[in-house]
Design a protein. Structure first.
Lengths: 112, 110
């Protein structure tokens, strides 16, 4: 199956700062990348869908100006949480669009 | 909108017992259904993928069934082991997106 890496695996930042999360598809060219968010003891919620070379499509209720997604190449997609607040603390997971869906290991973001 | 429900939310069994995890979805127009395992603080590991045209899939001790018309899938894990302790998520693909259930957290007691 597709091998996906994320960096960093965990990050702690202060309120008001920005954090960038990288998602790399190591053995697969990902034209489309999904970004999910998971709060403790809850399921995954799709945040946005990014396509290489074009703007991301955001799910209802997700602020596009707060969660900036860049999909500049077929192997790299980034999610930047801008002006982070404690309520943005969550587990962020990426997943390239494939027939059988595979997921990155996730990034734990804690905003203090 | 696709709604996915998993019952029970949590399950605790002694080692060796068979596990039965249920998943239901509201819109039967799905492309496929996938079962995942998630360990605490980790990403998702794909366990089984069932195409909409299939009735079941098997891998080792795992067997998943799909009844698309009634909007149900069941994951069976035979002869459970402590290493099976994890959260199990089902997800259905409709359109191009995956819609997830909330998961069933399984504890297998040694």
């Amino acid at each position: 199956g597709a091998v996906v890496s994320q960096h960093p695996s965990w990050v702690i930042c202060k309120s008001g700062t920005s954090v960038k999360i990288e998602c790399r598809s190591l053995d697969f060219q990902a034209t489309t990348m999904f970004w999910y968010r998971q709060f403790p003891k809850q399921s995954l919620m799709l945040m946005a869908t990014s396509n290489e070379g074009s703007k991301a499509t955001y799910e209802q209720g997700v602020e596009k100006d707060k969660f900036l997604i860049n999909h500049a190449s077929l192997t790299l997609s980034t999610l930047t949480v801008t002006s982070a607040h404690p309520e943005d603390s969550s587990f962020y997971i990426c997943s390239p669009f494939t027939h059988e869906q595979y997921f990155g290991p996730g990034t734990r973001l804690t905003v203090t | 909108k696709q709604e996915v429900t998993q019952i029970p939310a949590a399950l605790s069994v002694p080692e060796g017992e068979n596990l039965v995890l249920n998943c239901s979805f509201t819109d039967s127009a799905i492309y496929n259904l996938q079962w995942f395992r998630q360990d605490p603080g980790k990403g998702l590991t794909s366990l089984l993928l069932i195409q909409s045209s299939q009735r079941e899939q098997t891998s080792g001790r795992l067997n998943a069934s799909l009844d698309k018309s009634s909007g149900r899938s069941t994951l069976y894990i035979a002869a459970s082991q402590p290493g099976d302790s994890a959260t199990y998520l089902c997800a259905v693909r409709y359109d191009y997106k995956l819609s997830f259930g909330a998961g069933t957290t399984v504890t297998v007691r040694a």
